[in-house]
Write a protein that binds this ligand. Structure first.
Ligand code: GLN
Length: 245
């Protein structure tokens, strides 16, 4: 009898409808975003991975992490392919229509990456220029909505910065932490001050209050006990060392 009930739950889970207690917590991310997520050889590591691992522990579950393009991260939790999306995801009103967000764990923003021989002075100067961004991000939205133009889309902040170095774009807009990592060791590149203020949070499918509670508790705890600050320092240093190689 027990075995039949288990088989039914497992079958339901395969189509993403019902969560099986024995399933690991599945995190979905996009690992080109140091220090929040990046590749250490074959392994996905970073601040967001640590946060979600603690959530899994709190729920008494195993843990799995998968890497996809940024614009597939939120769709993966909506479809039930993953439980938690953590990828330096900015809380926006548009995204809130489709997913629930945890409490924020970091307040940050986007900056302009520029070449010192074409110094950045103000956002006015960006109008009509070729602006590189990572596709699907708030940087893309900034170019579309604030500048009213089409950006040049890349698959990662590093790819966008490579286009800047090659002269294929005039400026890049990206989140400050991956941008800092990208310009490390590049003496001819620099960063502006913040042009937005954004909060990062973990996104989940709507209607999972217990999971949301576990994530919120985790974030409160790791902020209060210093783990979050420690991970930020450690993973920033590790990503910078990888960039030096
Ligand atoms: N914070 C940005 C956003 O949510 C970029 C995130 C990312 O590229 N991983 O759109």
């Amino acid at each position: 009898m027990k075995r039949i009930a288990f088989a039914v739950i497992a079958a339901a889970c395969a189509c993403g409808c019902v969560q099986n207690e024995d399933e690991p917590l599945k995190m979905i991310t996009e690992a080109t975003f140091p220090p929040y997520e990046f590749m250490r050889g074959q392994e996905i590591v970073g601040i967001d991975v640590e946060i979600c691992r603690v959530v899994a522990q709190k729920l008494g579950k195993g843990f799995k992490c998968e890497n996809v393009d940024f614009d597939s991260v939120i769709p993966a939790v909506i479809s039930g392919k993953a439980d938690v999306a953590a990828a330096g995801i900015t809380v926006t009103d548009d995204r809130k229509k489709n997913v629930d967000f945890s409490i924020p764990y970091v307040t940050t923003g986007i900056v302009v990456v520029y070449s010192k021989n074409n110094p950045y002075t103000s956002t006015e100067q960006l109008k009509g220029k070729r602006i590189g961004v990572q596709g699907g991000t708030t940087s893309e939205n900034y170019v579309l909505e604030q500048l009213g133009q089409e950006p040049e889309r890349s698959r990662s902040p590093a790819e966008a910065v490579a286009a800047l170095k090659a002269g294929r774009v005039d400026f890049v807009i990206a989140d400050i932490d991956p941008a800092k990592n990208c310009i490390k060791g590049e003496s001819d590149l620099s960063l502006s001050d913040f042009i937005t203020s954004e909060d990062y949070a973990v996104a989940i499918r709507k209607g999972r209050p217990e999971l949301l509670k576990a994530i919120d508790e985790t974030i409160s705890e790791i902020k209060a006990d210093g783990r979050l600050a420690k991970w930020i320092a450690e993973y920033t240093a590790e990503a910078d060392r990888l960039k030096d190689k």
